[in-house]
Design a protein around this ligand. Structure first.
Ligand code: AMP
Ligand code: GLY
Length: 413
């Protein structure tokens, strides 16, 4: 089949590597892509958030399947425009992508479906914000209602900082603080049938020891040896299936990738967030371990035939990815710095570009992620950090503790 992949980040590079390795994918086209994706796919230019432009490109390249990576095109209705051309598309409709596009909408769906999540208030204006903050007390969790590229959430003990974030956002969801290790669970679904992938853990804070501001994600690993044995089964029963049923009942079935961000609290797994697409950088580690052909899996979800799909197969061992971020990320990142070591196998490109002279340069906040597998987590971790050591990028920073607590058996439930 011919596959058109939309997006240009690390998640899309990881998806491109997985799709290119699937023998049923005869031709892989990516738009707009990045220099890493260019090594495994044919690149085309497109404005990813323009539904008509993406649909026209899908027709032009005679795509059998379109895979949409990032949230912004999904929320903009790009999947609807592709399907309107009669082309199979992996990615939810604009209406269903509101599960990610609006925190308030997601909370409403969760309440209707009886999904375990933190108590919350939707607030606009100082008085409502103050009342919600008073109710919950510190640590305060204040979330921008709309899309914010992983930076819309502030978790802080500082009341003034919480109020300032609420003021900057306008409309916010203020939520009960959920204590416990975080897990990302990806579920591939055609709207009715649902197949969970392997749970992974992401590191959202910028600095070692979970200090510093929230980011899009600074590293990830899988599998989670410390997670309860029934975790996936429980989350599928308590959260995923009721959410999919609620979305069907509303006439907006969710088909694509449901990303369930969870906190494993003392009262069981509770939803921190839904996303409507693969997570980044968790995709890098989950797909590194997936032995099932990725294109076939995504096509089954896109064509409503997931119920007949064979059980997923996984490689033995573990995978770790470490994000190399540019100077000043997650603030305004410095770009245009020359990268060396970016072409090593396992280095996934996110914010990279080719300069006119051919040099690989930084072009965003999260620049690369060094991804490696190994027979166990310690080996995968050592291999990922060895890859990081082979990369140079002036002013860059990365966390040095990705997967460390898990390797040292320090994660407590
Ligand atoms: P989100 O964009 O909703 O995933 O939030 C980003 C990060 O903020 C999460 O991965 C958590 O680390 C943190 N966070 C969000 N909501 C909560 C909550 N209710 N309790 C504790 N931490 C949270
Ligand atoms: N890694 C978190 C996300 O993709 O939202």
């Amino acid at each position: 089949m011919r596959v058109l992949l939309i997006g240009s980040g690390g998640r899309e590079h990881a998806l491109a590597v997985g799709l290119a390795a699937d023998p049923s994918v005869e031709r892989l086209i990516a738009a707009p892509g990045n220099p890493g994706i260019a090594a495994v796919a044919e690149l085309r230019d497109v404005t990813a958030t323009d539904p008509a432009a993406v649909a026209a490109l899908a027709v032009e390249v005679a795509a059998d399947l379109v895979v949409i990576g990032p949230e912004a095109p999904l929320v903009a209705g790009v999947a609807d425009a592709v399907r309107a051309k009669g082309i199979a598309c992996f990615g939810p409709s604009g209406a269903a992508a509101r599960l990610e596009g609006s925190k308030a909408f997601a909370k409403d769906v969760m309440a209707a479906a009886g999904v375990p999540t933190g108590r919350s208030y939707e607030c606009t204006g100082e008085a409502e914000v103050a009342a919600a903050l008073d109710d919950f007390g510190p640590p305060y969790v204040v979330k921008n209602d709309g899309l914010a590229a992983g930076k819309g959430v502030v978790v802080t003990d500082d009341r003034t900082a919480a109020e300032e974030h609420a003021r900057d956002c306008g409309r916010v969801v203020i939520e009960e603080y959920l204590d416990g290790p975080e897990v990302s669970l990806f579920v591939v679904t055609d709207g009715t049938a649902a197949v969970p992938l392997m749970p992974a853990q992401d590191f959202k804070r910028a600095l070692d020891g979970d200090a510093g501001p929230n980011t899009g994600g600074m590293g990830a690993y899988a599998p989670l040896s410390w997670a309860p044995a029934d975790l996936v089964e429980r989350v599928m029963a308590e959260t995923v299936m009721p959410t999919l049923a609620e979305m069907r009942d509303r006439g907006t079935p969710f088909a694509g990738l449901l990303y369930v961000g969870l906190a494993l609290t003392g009262k069981g797994p509770k939803v921190i967030e839904f996303n409507a697409r693969f997570g980044d950088p968790e995709t890098q580690v989950v797909l590194a371990l997936l032995a099932t052909p990725l294109g076939e899996l995504l096509r089954a979800a896109a064509t409503g035939t997931l119920a007949d799909f064979p059980p997923l197969r996984w490689y033995e061992g573990a995978a770790v990815t470490v994000v190399v971020a540019s100077h000043n990320y997650p603030g305004t990142p410095r770009t245009g710095d020359v990268i060396t070591g970016g072409e090593q196998p396992g280095v996934i490109h996110a914010g990279t570009a080719r300069r006119e002279d051919g040099a690989l340069v930084s072009a965003g906040g999260r620049v690369l992620s060094a991804t490696a597998t190994g027979p166990d987590l310690a080996a995968a971790r050592a291999a990922a950090y060895a890859l990081v050591d082979g990369i140079t990028l002036d002013g860059s920073h990365h966390r040095t503790d990705i997967a460390l607590a898990a390797v040292e058996n320090r994660i407590k439930l």
